[in-house]
Design a protein around this ligand. Structure first.
Ligand code: ATP
Ligand code: MG
Length: 307
């Protein structure tokens, strides 16, 4: 039985004049024990899909279940198997961190779990904030509390919607170690993130959403293998000539170009030198998930969904 099953899920939102189709026939399963990445640009539909999974929004069409429990018809059972870290920072300013976690446990009928709450606080670097008021916490700390809240009832299926947005480097690493440990212990993890190097490092399988449709669904290693070219990376001192505009990934002075062979690399570098630019720090690397993501999201790409 899959941990999570999405079957032909569609969702339209009424807007002023017409309606927005946020999800359009999304179908895939996440198996028990997977560390699954749901990726896509802003507005692709990731949070909408998670809201439907959590029973916070209703699908216009289709079915969603958690460990066999339909999220509509068997809401309570489905919800109990699920721990959701929401993208939005929502919290009650009147409680301390520990109180907030006890109250959250109460929603799931869990009592006497103080030892687990203490472990959560320690694992998430919140031990010294246990008695602090929620409103006294910084943004990154509030997000840690949201992670702890999602885990108070030890749910078998953990859903994280941008859990590391605004979280500092050190805690991102601690958080991932902790979530990876839970995953090794058998918890299923569904993660959305815009940090693609995190998704590449953590997720065994990835779905990419674009405008409410699944445009890629594969093992992470297969997605990376299917990227046919290496990447030529260098620094330049001025703007890149326009003929490279649609091929290059440019970040400030750094340019990255897909390159299939030595001849192509030489041609690129020669063209750039002829245009009078100085090229520095040349390196060739294997494609990463960000390259694959940009390729999949560009209109040129053929849909890539494993059989
Ligand atoms: N409550 C709502 N009412 C109307 N439109 C909505 C509502 N919630 C989401 N949308 C629209 O649905 C689409 C998908 O939004 P969603 O929040 O699911 O995207 P996302 O993939 O989570 O993006 P991000 O990476 O920015 O978090 C967007 O076009 C958004 O404007
Ligand atoms: Mg979102």
């Amino acid at each position: 039985m899959p941990a999570i099953s999405f079957q032909s899920v569609s969702k339209s939102f009424k807007s002023g004049r017409g309606s927005v189709k946020a999800l359009d026939g999304v179908t895939f399963d996440i198996e028990e024990g997977e560390f699954f990445g749901l990726l896509g640009p802003n507005g692709a539909g990731k949070t909408t899909l998670i809201s439907i999974l959590a029973g916070l929004a209703r699908a216009s069409d289709g079915n969603v279940s958690v460990l066999g429990h339909d999220v509509q018809a068997q809401y309570a059972q489905a919800r109990r198997h699920l721990g959701v870290v929401p993208q939005e920072l929502v919290f009650d300013p009147f409680f301390t961190v520990r109180e907030a976690l006890r109250i959250q446990s109460g929603y799931f009928g869990v009592r006497g779990n103080d030892a687990w709450i203490t472990e959560l606080l320690e694992s998430l670097g919140l031990a010294d904030k246990a008695n602090a008021n929620m409103r006294q916490l910084s943004g990154g700390m509030k997000r840690r509390v949201l992670v702890a809240q999602a885990l108070v009832h030890k749910p078998p299926v953990i859903v994280l919607d941008e859990p590391t947005a605004g979280v500092d480097v050190e805690l991102r690493q601690t958080l991932w170690q902790f979530i990876a440990r839970l995953n090794r212990q058998g918890h299923t993890v569904l993660l959305t993130t815009h940090y693609l190097e995190e998704a590449e490092a953590l997720c065994n399988r990835i779905a990419m959403l674009k405008q409410g449709r699944v445009v890629a669904l594969e093992r992470t290693s297969d997605l990376l293998k299917a990227a046919s070219s290496n990447v030529l990376r260098f620094k330049i001192d001025r703007e890149l000539p326009p003929q490279f505009a649609d091929k290059a990934r440019v970040t400030g002075r750094i340019v990255q170009l897909p390159a299939h062979d030595a001849h192509e690399i030489e041609t690129y570098l020669a063209t750039i030198r002829q245009a009078g630019l100085r090229v520095e720090d040349v390196e060739i690397r294997k494609p990463d998930l960000e390259d694959v993501f940009l390729d999949v999201m560009s209109a040129k790409h053929q849909q890539r969904v494993a059989a």
